[in-house]
Ligand binder design. Structure first.
Ligand code: SF4
Length: 334
């Protein structure tokens, strides 16, 4: 499977099958905290970066197996990068809905929602999880390092328009980085922007796993908690806070607890490679997912893959993380 990963259990979504539209990172942002790694060159153009037919064929194959399909609650469309840059995402979403007949979730950085076509494409989803890390241009530039042409005012306008047109659920994610987008002025501007939108809940995160830029540092738990209280009170919305990263499912749904049934070792090793190329994981994370006999045993099992260069190890804040292999080729398919 090139595009499908999981399924995994998520506290909020239930059992979720992941669909990753890109074989390598394609993004119009270069967020300092990105867990996929730095964006080699930001791209702000929609195109068929992977063949929609191939994605849909994998979905069809998977859904043809009722013993698998019956075990999932939702299908989550994501990407190593920004999935709405895929020009066929609307077709893919509608196909997934028709084929799986299950709720569909989309994770997006929200930057393309000022494009009416993207807003229409996402109408097929049931839950959209967009991000907005800052509402002041200087903070947005510092944290999200956008491609030329990505303007924070237009992002806010697009999110606002989409939020009022979309009939499904919108769970907005904010990631705060120490000294970059966490000032009182930043929170004031963010609150004012979010007040214009129709949102169902907010997820507040900070830097936990190895970031793209080592200069990205997390807030303390009590600081994040104070920001959450403030946002919740001012917006009258539920705000979930993640102090520790418990999720290895999808980019940034970090408060979801994950576990999977025991699987055979070879399947587990393949799935570990799929998962860590989307999000760095510790040996303990991997053991929680696959129950391989403890973190020590995981390290032992993964050592040959590390030695072969298939997996890499990154040390962040004194903790060792497994990360993915090099990107596969990614070309436009039209
Ligand atoms: S965090 Fe998401 S939006 Fe930011 S650079 Fe990484 S993939 Fe792109």
């Amino acid at each position: 499977m090139n595009y499908i990963f999981g399924p995994v259990n998520s506290r909020r979504l239930g059992r979720s099958l992941g669909i990753d539209l890109f074989p390598k990172k394609i993004c119009n942002l270069d967020c300092v905290y990105c867990e996929v790694g730095p964006t080699a060159a930001t791209v702000n153009r929609r195109a068929a970066y992977s063949p929609a037919t191939a994605v849909m064929a994998e979905v069809a194959d998977w859904c043809r197996q009722p013993e698998l399909l019956d075990t999932v609650d939702v299908l989550t469309v994501t990407a190593k990068g920004e999935p709405t840059l895929h020009s066929d995402i609307g077709i893919i979403l509608r196909y997934i809905k028709d084929t799986a007949r299950k709720p569909v979730v989309v994770l997006t950085n929200g930057t393309t929602l000022n494009d009416e076509t993207v807003r229409c494409d996402l109408m097929a989803a049931d839950i959209v999880v967009p991000s907005l890390d800052a509402a002041r241009p200087e903070s947005f530039a510092r944290v999200d390092r956008p491609a030329a042409g990505v303007d924070v005012w237009k992002v806010i306008e697009g999110l606002t328009l989409f939020s009022h047109a979309f009939s499904g659920l919108i769970w907005l994610e904010i990631l705060l980085v120490r000294g970059m987008n966490d000032s009182p002025e930043d929170l004031d501007a963010l609150t004012a922007a979010l007040r214009m939108m129709r949102l169902d809940r907010i997820q507040l995160n900070t830097v936990v796993r190895p970031p793209a830029d080592p200069a990205a540092h997390p807030l303390q738990a009590e600081e994040l908690s104070a920001c959450a209280s403030r946002l919740g009170a001012e917006l009258n919305l539920p705000v979930d806070v993640s102090f520790a990263d418990q999720d290895v499912t999808n980019r940034r749904l970090s408060d979801d607890k994950v576990s999977v049934s025991p699987v055979s070792l070879s399947v587990a090793l393949e799935e570990i490679q799929e998962i860590v190329q989307r999000r760095p994981c510790t040996a303990a994370d991997i053991d929680r997912l696959f129950r391989l006999g403890g973190p020590g045993k995981v390290e032992q099992l993964l050592m040959p893959l590390v030695q072969a260069g298939i997996l890499h190890i990154k040390v962040h804040e004194g903790t060792r993380y497994y990360t993915g292999p090099a990107d596969r080729d990614c070309q436009e398919h039209v």
